[in-house]
Design a protein around this ligand. Sequence first.
Ligand code: ADP
Ligand code: MG
Length: 649
Amino acid sequence: MLELHGVSRSYTTGDTVTEALRNIHLTIRRGEMVAIMGPSGSGKSTLMNILGCLDRPSQGHYLIAGQGTADASPETLAALRREHFGFVFQRYHLLPKLTALGNVEMPALYAGHAPAVRRARATELLERLGLQAREHHRPPQLSGGQQQRVSLARALVNGGEVILADEPTGALDTASGMQVLELLQALHAEGHTIIIVTHNPDIAAHTQRIIKISDGRIVSDQSTGQHGVPRSLVRNNNATLPRSAWWTVADRFANALHMALLAMAAHRLRTSLTMLGIIIGIASVVSVVAIGQGTQRQVLAQISELGTNTMEIYPGKDFGDPYAALIQTLTVADVHALATQPYVDSATPNVSLDVKARYRQLTAQAQVSGVGADFFRVRGLALADGRWFSNDDVQRAAQVAIIDQKTLSTLFPHRRGDALNAVILLGGLPTKVVGILESKSLGATRNANLTIYIPYTAATTRILGNQSLESVIVRISDRISSKAAQQAVTQFLTRRHGVKDFYIFNADQIRQAITKTSAALAMLITAIAVISLVVGGIGVMNIMLVSVTERTQEIGVRMAVGARPSDVMQQFLIEAVLVCVMGGIAGVALALVLGWMVTPGGSYGLRMVFSLPSMVAAFTCSMLIGLIFGFLPARHASRLDPVDALARE
Ligand code: ADP
Ligand code: MG
């Protein structure tokens, strides 16, 4: 059944080459029980590893049931191990986190048996090996003999046509050793092929054939004369297979998930610290996006109050013209002329002038703005006290004023309560204070001057000498499209001034400008977020590499019982993704809590608007981080050499 033709195996460590096996010719028939003996370091384990497809010959050919293994891929070798071989190691190599039952089931899982089938088979085997009361114990809670019986059950769960036992009794007391030997003999009687490495001549004497090797060569190969004739030949248990591929994949996925959770639970502090990086990254992305959306929505709401049928005209060639302040051609006469145009509903000038403001003994330089009644709404200003002035006030050129907080504290330092309805002098003009602006209104803090608003009619007719304007608000007739009106206004004013020394802003343009600005801001934020997530991802990668190193032996055991490289890869990828996804969920939750704390009070002027797409995106992002940064460690794990991995302590 197993044939070695001229097999050699050499190890290269640095400059030295160790010849562990030299030109071995060996045939083992189905149903034989063979003992391999020899001094330590003679190459017994190397031979077993090659026989069990854990290792490959450096030279020569190895045939299983007549089929060559030279060109087999790691996946095919894993399949051979699953289907034909069962390993029993001197040090048991059970996974300490799984129960006895879990350990025994593992090879069946990789072989693709249904959960119920593999559980039943594992339970049956454990019972047969006298471990029925120990199914739910973990290896550290079992004695050496019991652990070795669990590992024997593991070797048998997929059929175990060929049992490869490398010094199975080496770590056991005599009684337990004899028990294991008896079990192996019973299995042999049932038709299993048994190959056992041992130092103990008593044990070897119970086999049919003793092969002695020394220094990598077979020095003797003798029959002991024992004839344990097999009663029946073991059939491959895989006959009961296969289920649909989809189920098998889902099943293995569920198990990998379970293992990932166990691994994470075993290192809670480490896992949560790694997660923290992702949590902070995701939480900051989600909340910054929410703040951006909140602010944008707020500003856009203010703009939409303007309505699409208003526009503002400013002096200057374009927005940001440095010479705008010197252009004095936009005048009250323009406003009157505009008002007579058929497409204009109303035109309101904004004028501004520096005057001395005075209340009783106190005087201060103030900027007086003459505005229309719409101005405050358009600018989104808010009142702390009093009232706005009305259209009626504007028509009558009423001597009423609305002052800002700075004016309030300058002119009424000790008697803030007196301000409302007090009469102040603005460049000599007595004016009654009817309203006080809220300090935090948008635009109110824009300049450092004291700012006082009066009806523009009062400003132009009662104070102003200079007739040039700061801006003109034009309300367009309902029937006219804003685009047509804007063209008409541009033409009309250009003809009046001779040159185009003004520019027009309408609500749409402002909206566009804001959207553009916030898009640029979003890009910036995204860049920062990506950096923070990359940092988090590197943390994940780092921890996963540590995890792979720590669990190298586990990986070796899994490979020995038939896990494919892809199974190992999947397991570590799932772990990385799980850490990231859990971090992502926690990050989104943290952002929501932040939003909940900030939004209702609005005390920082912040408003957070959470959108489902942004949260879904954050979640997807964290998953991708897991995949990307988990890939390298997972691939590293899947490419480990099974023999090396097993040998690692
Ligand atoms: P045995 O099991 O008979 O004690 P082994 O098969 O483990 O012997 O080892 C045979 C020889 O190969 C020894 O000299 C050992 O030092 C060497 N050897 C085994 N594994 C490795 C390895 N991974 N790298 C280098 N040398 C090794
Ligand atoms: Mg050995």
